[in-house]
Design a protein around this ligand. Structure first.
Ligand code: CA
Length: 236
């Protein structure tokens, strides 16, 4: 089997070296570049499995790099951002990034994000045709029947809660921004709608999570959005 290839885009040499050394130690293949133009070029010519992308680059902005790559590729992109402002991460996620890491990050955190993305990739490859049934932990969604089950019991969901659950399920492992969720569930995304999204998410969680205070299925990314986590069958 050929090695997993990761394209590392980072203009800060010590961080780039830290990442590539970590990848090497964990038997990932990698390519590295320090610029946005280089990133677009390497992505096109080498077709990497995952891209780790710094947002603050010397030539073109990381968000613009994502837009360009997304014109022709669905390769998972994990954004690495030194900027603490959430708006940059949100722009990157809206442009099509899959996940993000905030600097400074630990090597363990980087490896964990890579594993999440690899699982997501494997899942996507196994479900090329839209599967009729979704299973995750104790959650089961039968798309044809438009029903969701938890521990074998049918969940009593409102149409909006069901739509929310399906959207999160279909993007398991990926951080979805408020804007993305609003557009896909309500067909519009106004800043003022984020409040109602929170309310619907809270009622959905009450039905889905054993302990809504420490959710297992749906993770909150404060100020950004939500992510459905992949969990083992025994859990949940
Ligand atoms: Ca940088």
């Amino acid at each position: 089997m050929s090695k997993f290839q990761i394209l590392v885009v980072e203009d800060d040499a010590p961080i780039r070296n830290l990442i590539t050394t970590t990848l090497k130690a964990h038997e990932y293949g990698f390519l590295a570049t320090a610029s946005g133009e280089g990133a677009v070029m390497e992505a096109a010519s080498h077709n990497p499995d995952i891209i780790l992308l710094d947002l603050g680059l010397p030539d073109i902005d990381g968000v613009e790099v994502i837009r360009r790559i997304r014109e022709w590729s669905n390769v998972p992109i994990i954004v690495i951002s030194a900027r603490s402002e959430d708006s940059d991460k949100i722009d990157a996620l809206d442009a099509g990034a899959d996940d993000y890491l905030t600097k400074p990050f630990s090597v363990e955190e980087l490896l964990a994000r890579l594993r999440v993305t690899q699982r997501r990739l494997a899942l996507m490859q196994n479900t090329i045709s839209q599967e009729a049934v979704y299973e995750n932990g104790q959650l089961r969604i039968d798309y044809a029947k438009r029903c969701a089950y938890l521990c074998g019991e049918e969940m009593r969901l409102t149409p909006i809660e069901y739509k929310l659950l399906c959207l999160l399920a279909q993007n398991t492992g990926k951080v979805l921004t408020h804007k993305f969720i609003l557009q896909n569930v309500w067909g519009r995304s106004l800043e003022s709608d984020v409040g109602s999204l929170r309310v619907f998410m809270a009622t959905l969680r009450k039905k889905l999570e054993k302990a809504p205070g420490s959710p297992k299925y749906i993770q909150t990314h404060i100020g950004i959005g939500y992510r459905m986590l992949r969990i083992d069958r025994e859990e949940g």
